[in-house]
Design a protein around this ligand. Structure first.
Ligand SMILES: NC(=O)c1ccc[n+]([C@@H]2O[C@H](COP(=O)([O-])OP(=O)(O)OC[C@H]3O[C@@H](n4cnc5c(N)ncnc54)[C@H](OP(=O)(O)O)[C@@H]3O)[C@@H](O)[C@H]2O)c1
Length: 268
């Protein structure tokens, strides 16, 4: 175990940056990376939540932390982060933040859909580009982008969200193939339901029919897959469901099934 922690830190350290780190999966990524001996840059909007997480990471694991309170939907988010981290070596980027708009497409203003693209697509692209260049110069590093199992097909009421998650899946897959020659491991994570009480624009009237996985399990499976594959679906049941939806069902049926589930969870 000591040996594997050392090699993880050598490969992806000395610092990891977790974008969207104040709660949920992002906070769990920060904790499990700190447990592997990486210093952590935390980025999110809630400075108070990051301050208590940072104190806990240092107390529990003796690592250094740096906090960047920032709205990642800002067009200049990546350049602000680059400036705030100029003096440290970031060997791992975890882009975890997301805006999850749920509701009928035309019930949302266009600006909200565009903000979802800024948060979920523009920012991970810009950060992968900016921090990835530094990794290429050192010939080592990792880039983890949060996609979703919902990225496999479009779905009613979350059409733009699923499209943004498909973007992250394909971006990570392409970078996995392109950058591995440069020593960089890219990975897309495709969780199904996770027990994070995530910030959605609307709470469901019914729970998801899929049992939620604990964040700890999702992050552990993700870190185990880094450097081994281009994408990971945490949870065995979710991998079976993905096989069914992607390989066995006609695409039209998969889209309709997803839409039916969403309409049941979010009735008009
Ligand atoms: N939970 C699930 O069931 C599930 C399923 C599939 C995929 N995912 C994906 O997994 C990722 C994490 O989900 P989660 O459930 O852990 O989310 P969450 O609990 O809502 O946490 C999201 C994190 O991102 C930060 N964030 C959001 N918008 C931001 C912005 N504009 N600028 C800066 N930080 C921002 C939030 O911090 P602040 O509010 O402090 O800024 C928070 O730390 C997302 O990419 C999501 O799409 C989740």
């Amino acid at each position: 175990m000591t040996q594997s922690i050392t090699s993880f830190r050598d490969r992806y350290g000395p610092w990891a940056l977790v974008a969207g780190a104040s709660k949920g999966l992002g906070a769990e990524f920060a904790a499990q990376l700190a447990a592997r001996g990486l210093n952590i840059v935390l980025v999110a909007r809630r400075a108070d939540a990051m301050a208590s997480l940072a104190a806990k990471l240092t107390a529990d694991h003796g690592v250094q932390t740096r906090r960047v309170p920032l709205d990642l939907a800002r067009a200049d988010a990546a350049s602000i982060i680059a400036a705030e981290t100029r003096d440290i070596e970031i060997g791992l980027l975890v882009y975890n933040a997301a805006l999850s708009i749920v509701g009928r497409f035309f019930d949302q203003p266009l600006e909200a859909h565009l903000k979802e693209i800024d948060t979920n697509c523009r920012a991970p692209l810009a950060l992968a580009y900016t921090l990835g260049q530094r990794m290429v110069a050192r010939q080592r590093g990792g880039i983890i982008l949060l996609s979703s199992l919902s990225a496999m097909q479009g779905a009613a009421l979350i059409a733009n969200y699923t499209a943004t998650k498909a973007y992250n899946l394909l971006l990570a897959e392409g970078l996995w193939d392109e950058l591995r020659e440069e020593g960089i491991d890219a990975l897309a994570v495709m969780p199904s339901s996770v027990d994070t009480s995530s910030d959605q624009t609307r709470a469901p009237s019914r729970p998801s029919p899929v049992a939620a996985l604990p964040p700890r399990a999702v992050v552990a499976e993700t870190l185990a897959a880094l450097g081994k594959q281009s994408s990971v679906i945490p949870g065995r049941t979710n991998r079976v469901a993905a096989f069914l939806m992607r390989r066995l069902l006609p695409r039209r049926v998969a889209i309709t099934l997803m839409g039916r589930t969403m309409r049941a969870m979010y009735p008009r």
